[in-house]
Ligand binder design. Structure first.
Ligand code: PNS
Length: 159
């Protein structure tokens, strides 16, 4: 049984994340989507809210589990005896940051391999912070977030 962990802030989950999750479910027996804490990045949604949105967005996918962890990703990886860490890459601009994290995780735990899935072309520009900005100014985010949570995100971010 091959288990992948897909960690992120998911603040909130977007169609770009959902695309990576659904493609990862075809490659691994189990995909744990982990709401992780980046202590130096302020968030708009609570961990609980982010988990609830992810649960709704992934309800049609069978081999997905949603969890959260307030600690080092690598400690969670070891606890779960996971096989790989999955990350999405949108553009070259993501590469340096993601490369640093993959290297740091590998330094902390030599067995921790990070696998990158490239974003689908229609999602290369998409980010949670862009979705938040558009929603805060009452713009239309329906093309950027899963349909089933679109209204909830819109209402939550409306100023
Ligand atoms: O979606 P993001 O903000 O790019 O995700 C970054 C995240 C949350 C995956 C990263 O900050 C993380 O792994 N946080 C957990 C704490 C940790 O292990 N930090 C060291 C990673 S090098």
């Amino acid at each position: 049984m091959r288990t992948a962990i897909y960690p992120g802030s998911f603040d909130p989950v977007t169609n770009g994340h959902l695309d990576i999750i659904s493609r990862a479910t075809k490659l691994f027996d189990k995909v744990i989507v982990l709401v992780s804490v980046n202590p130096i990045k302020p968030s708009s949604f609570s961990i609980q809210e982010r988990k609830e949105l992810l649960i709704k967005a992934t309800s049609s996918l069978e081999n997905v589990e949603i969890d959260s962890y307030d600690g080092l990703l690598i400690d969670y990886f070891n606890q779960k005896k996971a096989d790989v860490i999955i990350k999405g890459l949108r553009a070259m601009s993501d590469f340096e940051y993601e490369f640093q994290m993959a290297m740091a995780n590998k330094k902390l735990q030599g067995e921790a391999e990070t696998i990158f899935l490239t974003a689908s072309s229609e999602n290369t520009f998409l980010s949670s912070s862009m979705v938040k900005q558009i929603a805060m100014f009452n713009g239309d985010i329906s093309a950027f977030v899963p349909n089933c949570i679109h209204e909830q995100i819109k209402l939550r971010l409306k100023r």
